[in-house]
Design a protein around this ligand. Sequence first.
Ligand SMILES: [Zn+2]
Ligand SMILES: [Zn+2]
Length: 309
Amino acid sequence: MSSKVFLDNAANIVAQDSFISTFHEVQKVSGLNIVEQLWAAYYLYLNNDIFATGLLFFTLHELMYFGRCLPWYIIDHLSYFNKYKIQAAKVPSDQEQWECLRSVLISHFLVEALPIWFFHPICEKIGISYQVPFPSWTTITLQIILFFFLEDAWHYWFHRALHYGDLYRLIHKQHHRFAAPFGLAAEYAHPIEVMLLGFGTVGIPVIWCYFTRNLHLFTISIWITLRLFQAVDAHSGYEFPVSLHHFLFIWAGADHHDEHHHYFIGNYASSFRIWDFVLDTEAGETARKSRERKAKISGELRAAAKQVN
Ligand SMILES: [Zn+2]
Ligand SMILES: [Zn+2]
């Protein structure tokens, strides 16, 4: 199977014996930046697009997930950072981290590895591009922002549903084993939950492209990386003065999700605070502050209405 990685008249560029010489060959094509050159050389050299996409996404997932977990694991072992730990008395033991790592790895190889190999045929069928050049950064950024909001809505409703009766007992309870979460626990979940909530990350871009025919695999790889970072950070268990939600007030972060694990109820959304705020499902301390804020606003409104009358 040969690669269709080039959009234009560069189809005469062929794979060489080594990746480096293939890369040099690709560099002869004008107008490509270094990332596009590496991407094209990778597809061209492997010469099997299904395998190339599968390997790319499997490796990306492993590197980005565990790469992002590593700093949090180190921080857990440095007492200096304990003052930033949200549930300071509950530092995860090595035994807990090891059990979690083993379970996540099994899930990656048994549950997630298989669908990843079907991803390229789906991409080809619905027109997700993997050719070079890539779309503009404006297109990539706008699509990723959109995916963040759509995934957040998906996550809110299905995560909330997973807290009902048997759905919680049979599926979601596994994820709540750690009342004080840590980075590695982000993907510690029942296989059905992995598939259901994972659909928000992978399925939503696929549906978007089905209707718009406007999506690139490179955009999906950036989106998945950012979404993995969001999930790992939300489970880190640490809250800093420089945490993103202090600057971007709708951002959820660890402060938001830690309380979900602590109280087992409320704060169902993944990336943003909007759904939980509007639908009054905030958990713990956040909920108390928010109710006070809402009471204050409605009190002020009533007072203003009285003055008008
Ligand atoms: Zn939950
Ligand atoms: Zn969680």
